[in-house]
Ligand binder design. Structure first.
Ligand SMILES: [Zn+2]
Length: 406
């Protein structure tokens, strides 16, 4: 019989059932309703009926841009994307905390809010080259016991308009980035074919996925959605390509949106959204019905692009639900899925969920159901990563602890 390291007793599972969760070697080894599993020698942590969620997934953030851990700084950039891009180049290199230090601060804040899996974009440009990537790689290593961090080599300043960037993206993958990024191939580069061919070539050569920031509205955005789908199909990259934002899907006629969504479903192109203010929201429910994986992320968290953000993806799910007008429980469960199972699928997380054999990456919330946890996003009481307690009562611990021994 497997040795049980700890039992999380009296858990409310997302399906509404009550059970005791046994953990062995960092995995869930049993889920049992019978109280006989609470053996007298096993450390037992009584959850008192709190709801237990699988480790949350933040599918889109920017660790390298955050100001987390610094005294408050007022927003310095102008109102345009290009102004923010240029402002980053003067502010970020001169901060009193390094990229690695700020990234560690933000990862720890994400973990305190129950996130177990993160996908961070990291700027790669001609000025900073791979230095920000090196900082985030360092932070990922320092936080390896707290969360998994996927890194997208992100050409924030453009690709074709900045010759040499494609080479840097390629080098970034060689240096440890997990996916190649892209940005507004029409609006920023004015060369969709050049940028998309370039990044798909790197992905093909290196065997990695793609995640493209697509802010472009209306017809221009739709044109690039179809271009991305076409290349994904041709390259056999179903399930490995993500469009970030895809605002255009929410601001064109329904028939045009449906055609683009059908192309995404057929090609296996996914969408991540943060429900941005000031932009159209993609038709989340319709996309999911069509078979598109739609997941969520916080995007900017107290950084040079936005002063807002708490790193809580349950709060993000609530914001998305609010914007999408999700009121019924079954609709709120869509928002929940976007920060759990759909995010895990998009990030390729193996052994995910609350089931026997899954990694014991869990968080607990004082709520009577998942919709209540999403709508009110109370603090995470406990966060476990690989079976170890890594955060308690909303704060990340300095050292992971075995459950039941604290
Ligand atoms: Zn972003």
């Amino acid at each position: 019989m497997t040795k049980v390291d700890a039992v999380l007793a009296n858990a409310l599972l997302p399906d509404g059932s009550r059970a005791h969760i046994s953990i062995s070697g960092g995995q869930i080894s049993a889920i049992d309703a019978a109280s006989s599993v609470i053996a007298n020698q096993t450390p037992v942590l009584d959850l008192g009926g709190d709801v237990v969620l699988p480790g949350l997934c933040d599918g889109h953030l920017h660790l390298d841009k955050t100001l987390t851990g610094l005294p408050w700084m007022g927003h310095a950039a102008g109102p345009t994307r290009m102004s923010r891009i240029e402002t980053d180049k003067t502010i970020l290199p001169n901060l009193p905390l390094s990229t690695a230090e700020r990234s560690v601060n933000l990862i720890r804040q994400c973990v305190a809010k129950g996130s177990a899996h993160l996908r961070s974009h990291v700027d790669i440009d001609l000025e900073s080259r791979l230095t920000k990537l090196e900082g985030v790689l360092d932070a990922r290593e320092r936080c390896r016991d707290l969360a998994t961090v996927q890194i997208v080599a992100f050409p924030q300043s453009g690709v074709m308009r900045r010759p040499g960037t494609l080479d840097l993206l390629d080098q970034a993958i060689a240096a440890g980035a997990d996916l190649v990024g892209g940005i507004d191939p029409g609006e920023i580069d004015r060369d969709p074919k050049g940028q998309l061919d370039g990044i798909f070539a790197i992905a093909g050569r290196r065997g990695v996925g793609i995640d493209i920031h697509l802010h472009e509205p209306g017809e221009l955005g739709l044109f690039n959605v179809h271009e991305i789908c076409q290349r994904t199909k041709a390259a056999g990259m179903a399930g490995k390509v993500t469009i970030s934002h895809g605002f255009c899907l929410g601001d064109v006629t329904e028939s045009k949106a449906r055609a683009a969504v059908a192309a995404m479903a057929e090609a296996g192109v996914m969408l991540v959204t943060h429900g941005a203010a000031g932009w159209a929201l993609p038709p989340i429910a319709m996309m999911r019905e069509a078979g598109v994986t739609v997941f969520a992320g916080n995007d900017d968290i107290r950084d040079t692009w936005s002063p807002y953000g708490t790193a809580d993806v349950l709060e993000r799910a609530a914001l998305i639900g609010w914007r999408a007008d999700f009121r019924r429980d079954d609709q709120i469960m869509i928002a929940y899925d976007m920060v759990t199972a759909a995010g895990a699928r998009a990030l390729g997380v193996a052994d995910y969920g609350i089931k026997v054999g899954a990694r014991a990456n869990l968080c607990t919330v004082a709520a009577g159901s998942v919709p209540e946890a999403v709508a009110g996003y109370p603090p995470r009481k406990l966060v476990l990563h690989n079976g170890q307690v890594v955060a308690r009562d909303g704060a990340t611990l300095d050292r992971a602890q075995a459950p039941g021994r604290a």
